[in-house]
Design a binder for this molecule. Structure first.
Ligand code: LMR
Length: 316
């Protein structure tokens, strides 16, 4: 099993590689982590990781072709992060071109791989990958994921703090997308916990602003990287498990689903070896959640269109 991490010298990439190097070692099957970055320190990052004695093999390279060749899972963590005062969509100009190039390489080298992306603006970068793969005739919507696990992890932290319950006893679904009003925790569906109307509004806003809070607290030196690495690792380990034969794994990610709300929508689903095998039912929704979904749709549609238009422009 080969996992390729693009942007592995970055803060998220390094954290993710470390977690995967340690966590996946308990699985018997041969696992290779291929770390790619244009930053020359990638060779040192690989060497550094290789000194951790686990069964997971590590290779690092500045050669994207070698990195992607034969990959079962590709994780894209590369990209510029925002500075205080920026929205995720302000990253579009720089990150879109990079994602477009990666997508072309993936389409030509490992089109069958599961592809998971972290790069912002996530609501748009996923659509760029889909469109490029489609152009090459290799798009499989079941195998393309925008990682929104961090929204779920944050919701678990905030609810467990507010309600003084262990996060181990909580299960939260977060739907929509990964920016401002498109992030929606389904608080009405958490069993055993109730929220006042004011709590619902305050927790929802807190979750929507959480990324910005980290960006501001890091004062221009990046965005969430440790929690993001942890979130990405959780998602990639789930992908790894299903490819390794585990069943009934449920995850939540930004995917092209059935188009009920928007063409791409973050939602929970069951995974199997082919990717998304079954979408989970989102109903019943509270009236607050229904209204918030209506509010977010135009924003999501705009983000999706921006990605699709970008690819069209590259092709003309
Ligand atoms: C996050 O949610 O922390 C990431 O999307 C990074 C960011 O810019 O907020």
């Amino acid at each position: 099993m080969k996992i390729a991490i693009l942007g592995a010298a970055g803060n998220i990439g390094q954290g993710l590689s470390l977690i995967l190097k340690r966590e996946l070692s308990s699985v018997k099957k041969d696992i290779e982590l291929f770390l790619y970055d244009i930053n020359p320190i990638i060779l040192g990052v690989g060497l550094d990781l290789s000194h951790i004695p686990t069964t997971v093999k590590v290779q690092s390279s500045r050669d994207i072709i070698n990195t992607l060749y034969g990959a079962d899972i590709v994780v894209i963590t590369a990209g510029v992060t925002r500075k205080p005062g920026m929205n995720r969509s302000d990253l579009f100009t720089i990150n879109a071109a990079m994602i477009y190039n990666f997508s072309q390489q993936i389409a030509q080298i490992c089109p069958e791989a599961m592809i998971a992306v972290i790069t912002n603006p996530l609501n748009t970068t996923v659509c760029i990958i889909a469109k490029v793969l489609k152009k090459y005739g290799f798009y499989n919507k079941k195998k393309l994921f925008g990682i929104t696990t961090l929204d779920v992890l944050r919701a678990l932290c905030f609810i467990s703090e507010d309600k003084e319950i262990s996060c181990n006893n909580l299960h939260v679904t977060v739907i929509g997308g990964h920016s401002s009003v498109t992030i929606l925790p389904l608080l009405s569906q958490i069993s055993g916990v109730s929220f006042t109307e004011a709590e619902v509004i305050s927790l929802t806003n807190k979750l929507r602003n959480a990324g910005t809070e980290v960006v501001n607290a890091k004062s221009g030196h990046g965005s969430a990287s440790l929690s993001m690495a942890s979130a990405a690792a959780q998602f990639i380990i789930s992908l790894f498990r299903v490819l390794n034969g585990d069943k009934n794994i449920v995850e939540c990610a930004y995917i092209e689903g059935n188009g009920k709300y928007a063409k791409f929508f973050s939602q929970p689903f069951v995974l199997d070896q082919e990717g998304v095998s079954q979408l989970k039912n989102l109903e019943p929704l509270s009236s607050f959640e229904q209204t918030e979904i209506k509010t977010m749709i135009p924003f999501l549609e705009e983000d999706i269109k921006m990605g699709e238009e970008f690819v069209k422009q590259q092709l003309t």
